[in-house]
Design a binder for this molecule. Structure first.
Ligand SMILES: [Zn+2]
Length: 230
């Protein structure tokens, strides 16, 4: 079942390795089937080199395995929480990519320092609060999703398609798994640029005018970047 999404999720997982965002098994991708609401996700702890498309695990929104011989990624409850809260998204990526994770470990939001950032994010990339001891002890992965949603409560998740989990690393999302991977790649580059910007002793985000200009020319109903609809 859902062979097409399995193939997409499988390829998206490999793309994380190709893009240098993931080593070992430090990342995962999932995709949601719009029709059934079922989620396809990477199996837990299976190496990228031996993984096959048919190894992707199909789970329902409560995490019950519908199809698959492996256990789903241990981060599945985080993915499911985000899908439950945000019906508009259809793909999620989690990595421990170096620069984005460095900002997460420092517990810092990534300010919109320039137009590269503003082309992808309508404002800073937010960092969550730290989880409490109780939240770490019980339902850790669900609570990881909850702090992301809590941090983005007043934000359209498609306008800011990434968050940094404090002391942990980035989660990125999009309309589908491919877009989530695209955002994970963009985030890592933006995090890298922001790191050097701070190193150069600059800490001021760009003006609201410039942020609006760059984000809105690429996104939303008045976008004019690219070739548009034919
Ligand atoms: Zn992680």
């Amino acid at each position: 079942m859902l062979e097409k999404i399995k193939e997409t999720v499988y390829r998206a997982n490999l793309e994380l390795v190709n893009q240098g965002l993931v080593i070992h098994t430090w990342g995962n991708v999932s995709g949601r089937d719009e029709k059934s609401g079922l989620v396809v996700i990477k199996p837990s702890g299976v190496g990228y080199s031996e993984m096959k498309a048919e190894d992707m695990v199909v789970i329902d929104i409560e995490g019950k395995i519908i199809e698959g011989k492996f256990k789903p990624s241990t981060d599945s409850p985080t993915h499911l929480l985000l899908y439950k809260k945000w019906p508009s998204i259809g793909g999620i990526v989690h990595t421990h990519s170096t620069y984005a994770t460095s900002w997460a470990q420092a517990g810092r939001n990534i300010p919109a320092f320039g137009t590269t950032h503003a082309d992808h994010y309508y404002g800073e990339v937010p960092c969550t609060r730290k989880l409490t001891d109780q939240e770490i002890k019980f339902d850790y992965e669900v609570n990881t999703g909850k702090v992301i949603v809590e941090r983005l409560v007043h934000t359209d998740p498609l306008a800011v398609p990434s968050a940094l989990v404090n002391c942990h690393g980035p989660f990125c999302w999009g309309l589908d798994p491919g877009e989530a991977v695209y955002n994970a790649v963009a985030l890592e580059e933006i995090a890298r640029m922001a790191f050097y910007t701070v190193l150069l002793n600059h800490d001021k985000p760009i003006s609201k005018k410039l942020l609006d200009k760059h984000f809105l020319r690429k996104h939303g109903k008045n976008a004019y970047y690219g070739q548009g609809e034919k």
